[in-house]
Write a protein that binds this ligand. Structure first.
Ligand SMILES: *Cc1c(COP(=O)(O)O)cnc(C)c1O
Length: 394
């Protein structure tokens, strides 16, 4: 049974109300990094995730770069990062002249906090309040934690580790806008709002989009002031153009923000659709031997951004790559997990700590169509395809 309708992995869900905002940017000439939509979008974001301050950036990557700089990460420092993530979470460490240390994931795909603790306990030493990596002799200043595919990371444990070792923590919440905790110390808190600083992305594949764009959030006013300044060429005086350090042109434009103010209002309905489609997939995939649809953490309300399936060739009949090829040949756009970052050329010489779970997921995981405008009928087409390759049905 061949399928002829193209079903994309993840596409934007835009609506024409944005046109009115775009028209206003044209009529008023406010098309660059100033304008009312920027402030309005930042305000809406603070309200949505429940945080004091939000500063828009031209991308999530730019936001992470500014966060590292504002938190004091410098050339020669080290930053602990996950290996299982998109490379944009790691590259900003290098922009600072610092080096990443790669950490493994657990079965939620997020950073394994037990291994993290073990690494800090046994592979590091403490001198004058500093964490020093025994292997390299360098200071570890920060940790970047990613809420992978929208699934909230174990922040309670991470914040204990942060306090114990006096490290800075950046939440890369680029995939997790709208995810929050239901239980424990952070019940009601949104991903991105717990550590020193959180970063969101509005790239086209994210849960809401402005074409390109990002947002940095924090309750720390000084930190946000510093990030704001750095994002606007570090201008100290706007009349005489006095700059006392090197800054960046990293703000979002008013045109992008015009998308943002419309998209953020639709976030809850996007999440609703994603949860519904996930549940349809779940019921069907439970009946397919050899495929496992990964769960989102039950003690959280995830945004269900990306759905992942683990393929067990012995039971299912074909392996992950064969399934990928067949689905893509049948117009169902699917994707393997990102290549692990510690195996990418720029990072081959960096240290990794007991990376084994990530290797398993890299080999066996696929992402299946999950757009917030994916219809139940299209979900059914994907399910039919998945059913068809199960060895028992051949
Ligand atoms: C998308 C993404 C980013 C980068 O966001 P951009 O807005 O595309 O720069 C960073 N980290 C992760 C984990 C991402 O998925």
């Amino acid at each position: 049974m061949n399928n002829s309708v193209f079903i994309p992995l993840s596409v934007p869900n835009l609506s024409l109300d944005i046109l009115d905002h775009i028209k206003e940017t044209i009529e008023t000439g406010w098309v660059s990094t100033g304008g009312r939509f920027i402030t309005e979008f930042e305000h809406k974001m603070t309200k949505y995730v429940g945080v004091e301050y939000a500063i828009s950036t031209q991308s999530g990557t730019a936001g992470l770069h500014l966060a590292l700089k504002a938190l004091g990460v410098e050339a020669g420092d080290e930053v602990i990062v996950p290996t299982l993530t998109f490379i944009a979470a790691v590259n900003p460490v290098r922009y600072m002249g610092a080096e990443p240390i790669f950490m493994d994931c657990d079965d939620t795909l997020n950073m394994d906090m037990d291994k993290l603790e073990e690494f800090l306990e046994y592979e590091c030493k403490y001198e004058e309040g500093k964490v020093v990596n025994k292997t390299t002799g360098k200071q570890i200043k920060a940790i970047i934690v990613v809420h992978v595919f929208g699934n909230p990371a174990k922040m309670e444990k991470l914040m204990e580790i942060k306090d114990k070792y006096n490290l800075k923590v950046i939440e890369d919440a680029t995939e997790a806008l709208g995810s929050y905790y239901l239980k424990g110390k952070y019940a009601g808190k949104y991903c991105g709002t717990i550590a020193d600083v959180g970063v969101y992305s509005f790239n086209a594949n994210k849960i809401i989009t402005t074409g390109g764009g990002g947002m940095v959030v924090s309750d720390d006013q000084q930190l946000i002031d510093r990030i704001t300044k750095l994002s606007l060429q570090a201008k100290n005086d706007s009349v005489y153009f006095i700059h006392d350090e090197v800054g960046y042109n990293y703000r979002m434009t008013n045109i992008q923000a015009a998308f943002g103010i419309s998209q953020i209002d639709k976030l809850n309905s996007f999440i609703h659709t994603k949860v519904e489609n996930y549940n349809i997939y779940k019921e069907a995939i439970e009946e397919i031997d050899g495929l496992v649809l990964l769960k989102f953490r039950e003690d959280t309300r995830s945004n269900y951004w990306f759905y992942s399936i683990i393929v067990n060739k012995k039971i299912y009949g074909i392996n992950r790559d064969e399934l990928l090829t067949k689905l893509n040949a049948n117009n169902i756009q699917t994707r393997p997990l990102w290549g692990l970052i510690h195996k990418q050329k720029p990072y081959l010489n960096n240290q990794g700590y007991r990376l084994d779970k990530a290797e398993f997921y890299e080999k066996n995981l696929i992402n299946i169509p999950c757009s917030s405008n994916l219809s139940a009928r299209h979900v059914q087409i994907v399910i039919n395809q998945l059913n068809q390759y199960e060895s028992a049905n051949l």
